[in-house]
Design a protein around this ligand. Sequence first.
Ligand code: AOF
Ligand code: ZN
Length: 363
Amino acid sequence: MMRAALALARRSLGRTWPNPAVGCVIERDGQVIARGRTRDGGRPHAEADAIAEAAKAGVSLEGATAYVTLEPCAHHGRTPPCADALVSAGVARVVSALEDPDPRVKGQGHARLKAAGIAVEVGEGAADAAQINAGFLRRVREGRPLFHLKMAGSLDGRIATASGESKWITGPAARQDGHRLRAIHDAILVGAATAAADDPDLTCRLPGLRSYSPVRIVLDSQARLSPTSRLATSARATPVWLVCTKDAPADRRDRLAGLGVEIVEVDVGTDGRIDVAAAAQALGTRGLTRVLVEGGGHVAASFLKAGLVDGISSYRAGLILGGDGRSAVGGLEFARLGSAPRFRLVSARQLQGDTLETWRRED
Ligand code: AOF
Ligand code: ZN
């Protein structure tokens, strides 16, 4: 039952920020009688979604067991607390994967259920739930979202030939999977150089997933993004956030803001570029929980250097581009192995002739 609840939670990833993606399965006598998950924009919560489904079908939840991937909330938001809703519905037992670190909840949801005489068990599926909620947990605990780095390159880790040719290194299956990766993140981030060179859409082009596109973020200290770029001209349809410094000229900022681009001003780092740690905090403050970093090499390097990369998806094609090709991570050098960031392999898959490896940072 918990596994089913975790699967439901996964289906909401990338669509619920600033809230976590939670799943809920309600069972009686071994039969699932209701299921729910956090809906787009974070409301309704998973439990409320499941309870509403049961009410719609005229099913009583009296004496049932609810499996939830995160502690039911205890605070009054736009609707009453989920803990109270479960009590009113007559649920007899709650199996919860993880305590919610949000200071408004933090054990109080479980306590409310217990006070109402409901049997509460905490911890089943905790590791998976922590993984699904990793972005939300980072934001609540550290004020910043999770950052996941996407890399696509050759067998020898290059992203372009000596002459700069870089299109279609990986095949169609890998590119399609890149859209799946976008869909499970709240936002996609690129640097100003990539935005200028590729004029990307950064939308999520998967059948059935067009309804909810991630926020598009450009790290652009001088606000150089062209007002005629695909990003700027579509900012009213799908949000674009431009992260710049106070040095960015006011006329360029205003022009972009007039097109619907949201301007996020952050501090200048020691190298004269954007301070990525400050950018990370600013994005967390705005509610993001999961950000996919798509390039280019300098942006990847600065996030790695700042210790902000939590995971990596590495797509690799069976090509050798050689030493003159550009590296997927530019401008990053470590003298010693001990100081290089280290990642642990989580999964490896074949995508037609390419591979996808998923790596997670060792903390
Ligand atoms: C749940 N079930 O499905 C989710 C929860 O702003 P509000 O009122 O929607 O509350 C947001 C908080 O609720 C969020 O920070 C987290 O603690 C919790 N999210 N809780 O019981 C859910 N998404
Ligand atoms: Zn709730």
